[in-house]
Ligand binder design. Structure first.
Ligand code: HPA
Ligand code: ZN
Length: 326
């Protein structure tokens, strides 16, 4: 079987996906029309042409703008169901979806509207597409801890729908330690702690995410490679990295896929998974990430299998649920 077919057929889970980052330009226009919103772009092509990023902040500016077309529960439902349909086409059997409530509550959209739309799509996808999903509520790290506490409070009536908390947005200057208390409070409520760390931020931020937030999985984590002791600590704690190859090149975290550290990470004994991050903005869904990183690093079928197996092993599913896939 050729590599592309092998990748397409491989059962896999996606563990690092921002639902707002799955908002395709076509859907931006459709939702803008449905909600009578005037966009500053005249066409899908014009909007796509703006997707050129020098760094994370460049991307975030456009990403938050794009999300402003999401108004009603139906919008959040359509966004999520559309992503889950793409999962079905890629043999993604399980997905752990991040959502950023503050991106919406800041604009006056109710928490309830966001969570109901997303979770109803997940329930329908389980029934119609046989894809399981868990939700990760991510705090925006450029906002204050107090703001994150408000979000935690708003989430409590929907606690049964949310598995974990995450930390995303502008990393530099917003270290994990800024969120120590809200993460402690989140864990008390039963949420599993996760965080983006070491994407643009230094290895010290990964140490903080481990030692202060006590995270159970590291989103990105690329910059751990600058610190041998940190690598050993991550291995000792058996924490996986959710690596996002096309995101890393789009945001210039890595200059070329051929220089991507994914294989080096695997060779060092780190547990790695492949993910799409924000597929509508970074040029490819999950399988495209697999296809391009395989080609660039000449990964073997055994290595691809390992990556897909890790995606289930390091998911937030219960051990019983994982057994189906391992
Ligand atoms: N990094 C940080 N915040 C984000 C990202 C990312 O890659 N995508 C969406 N929010
Ligand atoms: Zn991310």
């Amino acid at each position: 079987m050729n590599m592309i077919n092998f990748i397409n057929n491989l059962p896999k889970a996606e563990l690092h996906l921002h639902i707002e980052g799955s908002l395709e330009p076509e859907l931006v226009f459709a939702l803008a029309k449905r909600n009578n919103i005037k966009l500053k772009y005249n066409s899908v092509e014009q909007l796509k042409a703006a997707y050129e990023f020098d760094c994370l902040q460049d991307f975030l500016d456009i990403y938050y703008q794009g999300a402003s077309v999401l108004i009603t529960e139906a919008d959040f439902y359509d966004l999520t169901y559309s992503y889950l349909q793409k999962c079905a086409a890629q043999n993604i059997r399980h997905t752990e979806i991040m959502f950023d409530p503050q991106t919406h509550t800041e604009r006056g959209i109710a928490f309830k509207t966001v969570i109901n739309g997303i979770s109803k799509a997940c329930i329908d996808a389980k029934e119609k597409l046989n894809i399981s999903s868990l939700l990760i509520m991510s705090y925006l790290r450029h906002l204050t801890e107090e703001d994150a506490f408000k979000t935690l409070e708003e989430s409590l009536p929907y606690k049964h729908l949310i598995t974990a908390v995450g930390l995303d947005s502008s990393e530099k200057g917003n270290p994990p330690s800024k969120f120590e208390r809200v993460f402690k409070a989140s864990v008390k409520e039963g949420y599993i702690p996760l965080a983006h760390a070491g994407e643009e931020g230094p290895s010290e931020y990964i140490w903080e995410a481990l030692d202060i937030l006590n995270i159970k999985r590291i989103d990105h984590g690329n910059n751990c490679l600058h610190d041998k002791n940190l690598i050993q600590e991550i291995i000792k704690r058996d924490l996986a990295l959710t690596v996002c190859p096309l995101s890393n090149t789009a945001l210039q975290v890595v200059d070329d896929l051929k220089n991507h550290p994914l294989k080096k990470m695997m060779d060092l004994g780190l547990k790695v998974t492949v993910n799409s991050d924000d597929p509508a903005y970074f040029g490819g869904q999950l399988n495209q990430n697999f296809i391009e990183i395989q080609k660039a690093l000449e990964l073997s079928k055994r290595q691809l299998y390992e990556l897909a197996k890790n995606s289930f092993k390091y998911s937030l599913l219960s051990n019983n649920e994982k057994q189906i896939y391992l």
